[in-house]
Design a protein around this ligand. Sequence first.
Ligand SMILES: NC(=O)c1ccc[n+]([C@@H]2O[C@H](COP(=O)([O-])OP(=O)(O)OC[C@H]3O[C@@H](n4cnc5c(N)ncnc54)[C@H](O)[C@@H]3O)[C@@H](O)[C@H]2O)c1
Ligand SMILES: [Zn+2]
Length: 357
Amino acid sequence: MPAFHVATPARSYDVIVENGLARRVAAYLPVGCGKIFVVSTNDVFHHVGAAMREALREVPHELLILPGGEASKRLAPLESVAEQMIELGADRTSVVLAFGGGIVTDMAGFLAAIFMRGIPVIQIPTTLLAQVDAAIGGKTGVNLESGKNLIGSFHQPLAVLVDPELLATLPPREFRAGLFEVIKSGVIASPTLFDLLEQQRDAVLRRDRDTLEWIIAECVRIKAEVVSADEREMGLRKTLNFGHTVGHALEAETGYNRFLHGEAVAFGMIAATHLAQLTDHAPAPVAARIEALVHAYGPIPDRNGLDPASLQRRLLSDKKTLRGHVHFVLPTAIGATKIVKDVDPALVHQAIEYALG
Ligand SMILES: NC(=O)c1ccc[n+]([C@@H]2O[C@H](COP(=O)([O-])OP(=O)(O)OC[C@H]3O[C@@H](n4cnc5c(N)ncnc54)[C@H](O)[C@@H]3O)[C@@H](O)[C@H]2O)c1
Ligand SMILES: [Zn+2]
């Protein structure tokens, strides 16, 4: 069973990747812990709740339901869930099991971070995006009216239990959006993963059990290593933002409701890869391979009517833009990137135009 260790100054823990793991959650509860609170949404529980019910059939627990959806990823639902926890007898020994996609892992993680100044959380992600990314690394939080993830905290989990079998019911569009983040991991850190995605496209898209378990484990290995080296995103963790500089601009420009996050990242990877080629960071054959792989797992939804200049202006208002410097993660080879700032705006414009197609 592949287990990947995350070591941060705050906490060390394992991310375990194994088919069927969700049904064995009880084995990972801390000895002598207090009440168990499963935090999820109705939609997630409708699709995969049976695994959790089976896992906890002999463990007393309470189920708390969050509203779900990016528009509801706000502070208010957490306050009412926290009130429910108090009514149900929660105390500092209670443990949160965050069971859902990235919305739930971010919200339930933040709930655990602030409930009675912090209680433990075990992450059990149920979307591909959450399994390879959101549930690992301790970033938790909610949105403000003014922007995404603007309130939050680092709260490392006790463990992350990744069960690829939970993905069987994931809608195809959500699955493919997660695969774009998998491609990202290949580009930044794993030629082996990149090759597999090129060669085994059909097995990946059909969600072949062993193939899926392998690619998820490889992404988890990469994220665990990066987070262990750089919890607070001072350096190496920034490489995970490949495709995200322009991707975030596209999400903001379209009100977060036209593209899924992974789809926006796919767009951003095309732009960043072209920019890498224009600035002589990536040789043309490398850029061509990355682009072809993104398109092989496409399509990226229709980009009609988007204005490159307006998208480019968004880059400056991104949370990750520091003191007016826009940073790009540019691929230099398959499995290697360079962080570059202050790129010629004319070339950025050209790259965005290119990605708009
Ligand atoms: N903390 C981090 O490091 C980090 C990293 C990346 C993304 N995120 C956050 O993650 C969020 C997006 O997460 P997401 O893409 O997982 O979206 P999501 O949580 O909204 O899930 C997508 C959809 O899939 C459904 N779903 C979940 N699991 C399912 C299953 N097994 N079967 C069928 N349907 C299922 C959900 O109900 C939802 O409708 C964003 O808010 C983003 O900010 C956080
Ligand atoms: Zn992402």
